[in-house]
Design a protein around this ligand. Structure first.
Ligand code: AMP
Ligand code: MG
Length: 335
């Protein structure tokens, strides 16, 4: 968790939020673009700024289980248990919404996604503003999510006040779990894994069938039911550069894949791998967490530096904690 400097005053931002202004702030996952969840005009401005399709609902951020109770009809025992286990943290929980929750926030759905972030800045902002904050990731729609304040500036320039908070701890968006119907379903994998949730609830939960969420790494699986998470049908997380899996022969001998390494390669199209001067190799030791933290920054850097391709070394066996990373890479590849 990143500590806020005690001299950073958030009251100015809290007041802006209360006045319907949209502001960007760090969380432990990615930077968010937030508005007062009770102000329809302010929330509409988020959609306008991002160019976000209106059928893609927002996650509402709270600073307590009590505040979640002002949004959901009922906090079930299972929801309570998950809040105790994982809040504050990177788990958004979907529950039937109270009628007062604005349609624009939930894209007209009868449910609302709620999360308590594990970061002092949004927690204090919500506290000082005295209201929940509806916030998607602070990128223009279709761009990789921002993991540093500079990324938010790349997309929004001076249109949005940004609270600076350094690099995000996880670098990938939260887990989204639908508790509104059974079987409970992970709609988007994140740092909190399917097994973490099953262990907390002592019951099986399923992983949504959307392409890019299968654990095999062996090609897309067909969706067997209509998407329950509208956002997952949109292309996400992709740079302009083409993202693809790296071929086996692309690493020169001194860089042969080794245990506990993962390579990411930037290159111009039709480049000859690492011997091509217009090529850059990044190696991750300690790997998945580090790559997850870095992935969107690398995607954005590839575009800024004019690379046309990002090649990522495939991983065939991996811990469950790397599921979210694999999901985002596959989405960027369009797999
Ligand atoms: P973002 O905030 O940009 O990371 O996106 C939030 C994700 O949560 C999107 O994939 C949304 O589709 C999903 N989401 C938010 N609210 C709901 C809801 N009520 N039902 C299903 N999915 C939701
Ligand atoms: Mg997003």
């Amino acid at each position: 968790m990143i500590e806020t400097k005690p001299d950073i005053s958030l009251s100015k931002y809290a007041e802006q939020l209360r006045n319907g202004i949209v502001i960007a702030f760090p969380t432990e996952t990615v930077y968010g673009l937030g508005a007062d969840a009770w102000n329809a005009d302010a929330v509409a401005r988020i959609f306008e700024l991002k160019g976000r399709p209106p059928d893609n609902p927002l996650i509402v951020h709270v600073n307590s289980a009590e505040m979640a109770g002002t949004l959901a009809v009922e906090i079930s025992d299972d929801a309570k248990r998950l809040m105790e286990c994982f809040w504050p943290g990177p788990l958004a929980i979907i529950l039937p919404k109270r009628p007062e929750v604005l349609d624009i926030v939930t894209a007209g759905l009868p449910t609302v996604a709620i999360r308590m972030p594990d970061h002092p800045i949004p927690l204090r902002l919500i506290e000082e503003a005295g209201r929940p904050i509806a916030a998607p990731s602070a990128n223009t729609s279709g761009r990789p999510s921002p993991t540093r304040a500079e990324h938010v500036r790349q997309d929004f320039g001076l249109d949005v006040p940004i609270i600076e908070g350094g690099s995000c701890q996880y670098g990938l968006e939260s887990t989204v779990l639908d508790l509104s119907e059974r079987p409970y379903t992970v709609l988007r994998p994140g740092h909190v894994t399917q097994s973490d949730i099953e262990e907390a609830l002592l019951q099986p939960v399923r992983m949504t069938d959307m392409p890019g969420t299968s654990g095999t790494g062996a090609g897309p699986r067909e969706a067997t039911s209509p998407p329950r998470s509208p956002g997952m049908k949109y292309t996400h997380y992709a740079p302009d550069a083409r993202v693809r899996w790296m071929r086996h022969d692309e690493l020169p001998v001194p860089l042969q894949p080794a245990k506990n390494t993962l390579y990411l390669l930037h290159q111009v199209r039709n480049g000859n791998g690492p011997s091509n001067p217009a090529c850059k190799i990044i190696r991750y030791d300690g790997i998945y967490e580090e790559m997850a933290r870095d992935l969107y920054d690398r995607f954005r850097m590839a575009d800024l530096q004019g690379f046309e391709e990002v090649a990522i070394e495939p991983f065939s066996t991996y811990p469950e904690s790397a599921e979210a990373l694999l999901n985002r890479i596959r989405k960027a590849i369009g797999d």
